[in-house]
Each structure stands twice: as C-alpha cells, then as structure tokens.
Design a binder for this molecule. Structure first.
Ligand code: AMP
Length: 187
C-alpha cells in the first residue's frame, strides 16, 4: 500500500501518519522530520534546507524531490509506505508519479485532512511539542503556502480518483476510523 497524507500545519497529519503506519505495517517517511534531523546534524542536506524550514517556507522542489527519490529507492520501502509532508507542490506530485511509473508502480492514494484555518492556527500555537516554526508569523505563512501550493494537488488526486477526504476537526480516533474506512472502500 502506498499513501500520502495531506493537510495544513496542525491538521494532525503527523499523528495520523504514525497511527496508520503502525496499523497497516507500512513505512513512515516524514520529509519534515528528515529535514529537522538533517538540520540538527548539520549535514549537507540540513544546511541547504535550514533557511527555509526555520522560516516556514517550502524547501525548493529540486531538493525535496531528490530527497524523496533517494528515500523511496531504499530496500525497506517494499512493504509499502506513507509519505507525511510530501508532496507539497503540484510539481512534486507529478514527479512522484513519474518516479513510480518508471518502476511500474501505481500512483499512491492521497488522504486529505480537511481542517478549518482557525483550528489549524490554534492547534499550532497551543501544541505542547512546539517547534521553532510554530510562531504566529510562521504558522500563518505555512497556512498560506498550504492554500497556495498544496491545495491544488487535491484536484490532481481527485481527478485520478485517488483522493480520500476526511474531517480533520474531530478526535484523532475518529479521524483514524474515517481514514481506514475510506481506504478500505476504495482499495
Ligand atoms: P512538516 O513537518 O511537514 O510541517 O514540515 C516542516 C517544514 O519542512 C516545512 O515547513 C518545509 O520547510 C519543509 N518541508 C517538509 N516537506 C517538504 C516538501 N515536501 N517540500 C518542501 N518543503 C518541505
């Protein structure tokens, strides 16, 4: 099974991604986590990504695309995977399909956690495990980028009948149940 999970900052996609991977026994790949770890370790990738990640901006497509290609080319991906935080732009979505096509694999299912903007903002500002990019200024910018760059991807997956939209504004248990039901119906 191959899945991507899409949602604004604070939509709970990180939480749902972890729950789903445990439940479905697939690999979790979180690009945000990979970038944060690379920044902490000051690797080549980390140094390139740092100015963007710290300000809530998107890391340029070529860097993100290369990262995901490298990661999905590794052997542990054969049991299926879920991408948390990728794709973020239409170009990334197309490149992902292109990459999968070349190895004869199908397009992934996309799960969208639909959540009102005021809820996204409130959750980011009040979360206990707050990150550097969770300040009001950067959260607003991340929401804006989500609307401008990531929302258009929904049409792309919808057009291919590969989209499951769930209500992200409910308990994480309910969200998980809705996602699982959506995936099972569409499988
Ligand atoms: P996240 O943990 O998914 O909220 O990602 C944290 C930050 O990592 C984002 O605000 C971006 O700066 C960067 N990032 C993560 N995934 C991507 C991606 N697919 N494309 C560009 N930037 C990304």
């Amino acid at each position: 099974m191959k899945l991507v999970i899409l949602g604004g900052p604070g939509s709970g996609k990180g939480t749902q991604a972890a729950l789903l991977c445990r439940r479905l026994d697939i690999l979790l790949v979180s690009t945000g986590e990979i970038f944060r770890r690379a920044i902490a370790a000051q690797t080549e990738l980390g140094k390139k990504a740092q100015p963007y990640v710290e300000k809530g901006e998107l890391v340029p497509d070529p860097i993100a695309i290369e990262l995901i290609r490298d990661r999905l080319g590794q052997a542990d991906t054969s049991r299926g995977w879920l991408l948390d935080g990728y794709p973020r732009t239409a170009f990334q979505a197309e490149e992902l399909d292109f990459f999968l096509e070349r190895t004869g694999e199908r397009r992934p299912w996309a799960i969208y956690l639909e959540t009102p903007e005021d809820v996204l903002l409130e959750r980011c500002l009040n979360r206990r495990d707050k990150r550097l990019d969770d300040s009001p200024e950067f959260v607003r910018r991340r929401i804006q980028l989500f609307n401008e760059r990531t929302i258009p991807i929904l049409d792309y997956y919808d057009y291919c009948h590969q989209l499951v939209t769930v209500n992200g504004n409910q308990s994480s248990d309910m969200v998980l149940q809705e996602i699982l039901a959506g995936i099972m119906v569409n499988k």
